[in-house]
Write a new protein. Structure first.
Length: 182
């Protein structure tokens, strides 16, 4: 079961566009048998976890929170497995090593996670909304050639949970194989 990180605006209010997108994404990911990994706190992270927990396919341990602080109790109520790292924003490097990363909006923290996912050669998707995900959707973060076998490597822009899952289904096996092959 692949792990997909959902990253984005940690202050997105409930009911906002980014909240609704992240919630639908979390639910759809679990429906399609992915595990959901977030930073475990509020905003987009909580929305994705809430959607994931709501999925009919949800099972204990499917929703993972990698927390910046020392207290696992700081996780939002929808996290099944809370991992308190004590690393602050450095925990973004752990989140960025998921099998794939999907950004929904976001500020500087999201930008750092996107850059780290790019460096770590992860499949990276970004919603075309306000924030860093919208700014980087459809682009390459830098000019490095990450994979000889993937000439169209980029931050793949998406607009819905269905499009995100379709892109994951199509591209994730290719990215996993390319990373394995160096």
């Amino acid at each position: 079961m692949s792990i997909v990180a959902v990253i984005g605006d940690g202050t997105a209010p409930a009911g906002s566009e980014t909240w609704r997108l992240a919630e639908a994404l979390g639910e759809r990911l679990v429906d399609c048998k992915y595990r959901v990994l977030t930073g475990g706190l509020g905003g987009v992270m909580e929305a994705a976890c809430r959607g994931a927990a709501r999925s009919a396919a949800h099972r204990p341990g499917v929703v993972i929170g990698i927390l910046p602080g020392d207290d696992p109790e700081a996780a939002n109520a929808h996290v099944d497995l809370a991992i308190a790292t004590g690393l602050g924003h450095l925990r973004n490097g752990i989140v960025a090593r998921a099998d794939a990363v999907v950004a929904v909006g976001g500020g500087a923290g999201t930008l750092s996670e996107m850059a780290l996912a790019w460096i770590e050669r992860r499949l990276l998707l970004a919603y075309r909304v306000v924030g860093w995900s919208g700014r980087l959707a459809g682009t390459r973060i830098d000019e490095r050639r990450r994979f000889a076998s993937i000439p169209d490597d980029q931050v793949f822009g998406v607009g819905s949970a269905e499009e995100a899952v379709a892109t994951l289904e199509l591209r994730l096996p290719e990215y996993v194989a390319a990373r394995r092959n160096g």
